[in-house]
Design a protein around this ligand. Structure first.
Ligand code: FES
Length: 193
């Protein structure tokens, strides 16, 4: 499910430039996906002289509690849809987008950004990386937003946006980047929507 918002062309281009994204406007229909270093899955379509932006509305889902996390022991959960597997991990070093008292708890897709290989077994706690991938050796730095550091992938590992409340409950609230195999993270591939 998405929410939509109409903006004029000038606002759209400013917004796109702020994201350092690549935008190509054409005569109609879906014209661009706003992309950049931290894409949120925003898409755009030209309607007359207006550009319609569509923002994905991610669910808030409790996925664990601070009290349950052990350093070096990833916890797995599906988000935003069943089958979209992710891992939650306490890195024991500060991380971009990290939560918790030490800012070191992060979550990422467990599917390699290259061709979707499962990466459940290749977490390296000493270095805070995920990889090398069992298929083509891609490796991602979990302290740096899943930055691709080696192998055939050409993009970051998708990162789950996390929030922690006063009782230590950890919620998933969104996703940076596109999960492998999905044209949109919230799109149901069984034909529903
Ligand atoms: S599927 Fe992981 S590097 Fe190719």
């Amino acid at each position: 499910m998405v929410s939509e918002q109409a903006v004029d062309r000038r606002t759209f281009l400013k917004l796109s430039a702020m994201r350092a994204g690549a935008v190509a406007l054409s005569g109609g229909g879906v014209v661009a996906a706003v992309v950049g270093p931290r894409p949120l899955g925003v898409s755009a379509a030209l309607q007359g002289d207006k550009v319609e932006l569509a923002f994905p509305e991610y669910p808030d889902v409790v996925i664990g509690n601070l009290a349950d996390i052990r350093p070096g022991e990833p916890m797995f959960f599906d988000y935003p849809q069943v089958g979209q597997r992710n891992m939650l991990v306490k890195l024991e070093k500060p991380a971009e987008e990290g939560i918790g008292p030490d800012g070191d708890i992060v979550a990422f897709s467990a599917f390699c950004a290259h061709m979707g290989a499962p990466m459940d077994e290749v977490y390296n706690h000493e270095h805070g990386i995920l990889g090398p991938c069992p298929l083509h050796f891609s490796t991602f730095d979990l302290s740096k937003s899943g930055m691709h550091v080696m192998g055939k992938a050409v993009q970051h590992l998708p990162q789950v946006v996390l929030r922690v409340d006063g009782q230590g409950a950890i919620s998933a609230t969104g996703m940076y980047g596109l999960i492998y195999g999905y044209p949109a993270n919230l799109l149901k591939l069984d034909g529903g929507n």
